[in-house]
Ligand binder design. Sequence first.
Ligand code: ADP
Ligand code: MG
Length: 504
Amino acid sequence: MVNPPDPSNLFLTEVLAGTGTFGTINLAPMLMFESSPALDLLPTEKKSKRKKTPSALESDFVLLPVKTVPSHFSQAFEASERDFRIVFGWEDDPHKRNFAIGQPIDMAVPICIDLDRFVERSNGIFGKSGTGKSFLARLLLSGVIRKRAAVNLIFDMHSEYGWEAAAEGKQFQTVKGLRQLFPGQVKIYTLDPDSTVRRGVRDAQELYIGLDQIEVEDLMLVKEELNLSEASLENAIILRNEFGKNWISRLLSMTNGEIQEFCETKMGSKSSIMALQRKLTRLEELKYLKQTCPENPIKQLLDALKSHKHVVIEFGSQSNMLSYMLATNIITRRIHHAYVRQAEKFLQTKNPSDRPIQLMITIEEAHRFLNPMTARQTIFGTIAREMRKYFVTLLVVDQRPSGIDNEVMSQIGTRVTALLNDDKDIDAIFTGVAGSTNLRSVLAKLDSKQQALVLGHAVPMPVVMQTRRYDEEFYRAIGEIDWEEVSTPEVLKAAEVARADLGF
Ligand SMILES: Nc1ncnc2c1ncn2[C@@H]1O[C@H](COP(=O)(O)OP(=O)(O)O)[C@@H](O)[C@H]1O
Ligand SMILES: [Mg+2]
């Protein structure tokens, strides 16, 4: 670069033109490998035993953060398949819950994430619309279910995780939902039974929410959707204090005269309460809201989670933002409450049977719940900030990460990000990530589908991958046997054997 050949030197220009080229290469050291010191301490006989399986070789390395600069004349090599295995492991590692989520762009070797580390913190899947977020979410959820890393509660806004979902393409195609892959382990609850039945889902459980389960806090979250003023919310608190948990049904049935009388004695504002009453009538449009619901379906849902059943909640036609946010907040608040109690009990008794099962809650359009205005007030902000303390974490799926509060974003442990082109969104992905300048340009250059950058807690270093295909081959590799489709005695027998092999 310093001494380009003199252009008048025809001989040199002819030699170089068309054949020679040069460029600068930036090397950013990410990890150092060292062979494991523990190995040297093993008796020779054991050592040779370990070397029998090829994978044992790779586990003999320890990965360390980069603390030194490579010395002069160190050689640079392109990463080989083995290097990828050393760093990202392999799926059937008996010592880890690894799950392959893709491959490097130009090599056929799996990139695995460590699911135990994954579920320990809140995580995010980001990308523009149509880049494969829902597919990535289904993939990761299948991994968590298959490897039993955590129990899942999924708020399925567009009804695409539980049962069949449509895939884009020239002809109409569908992909399987989690309930079809793991019929014995996944339960579908629905807030719109008609729609769920229409889609061919048998035995989905109906879920109702009582008006008496709505707190003023829930209304604060949907303040914009309901167009509620601060004054209305303050008066909601007065009403709640006066009437207790039935305040909404009481308010909805109050006449003008009663409101007038109430305001005179309780210092409420008549106009605000009238406005509140008018706006809350919109709640009557939500099919799943009932005056009261004695059988408490949320408790049933919690029992399902406790018995290690994964729960998908479908919204069907009830998927507008108001409906989604309200139900999601009310249900999560109760479940979180139960988890906090259980976790505190466990902390006190230290009895392993009291330990709550790690819970991962999936929400879509996450920036609506976690924007700087609401993240401080809602249960989701709390969960993201308190991290694993109570064994509950989030999986947020979002196309606008810049809308998520910074403080929450910096708690997101593993970020799986497909193509983004808005600079603000790209910045948000790297909140709290050191040395991200090189990675930034990577994000805007990804293919528009099935490619993603994975970085954070569950992978040793950031990596760009070709996402694992979610297709028939994947179902075969990962799914449980569908008992409902199995009929003849021979098939049943074979299935039972396979089931035992899989350890179900
Ligand atoms: N892992 C994958 N396997 C198979 N198809 C995929 C995968 N990821 C993305 N696709 C294709 O890309 C389309 C859009 O993906 P989708 O997850 O619906 O996007 P988003 O949720 O980000 O809007 C899908 O319909 C599918 O055709
Ligand atoms: Mg989607």
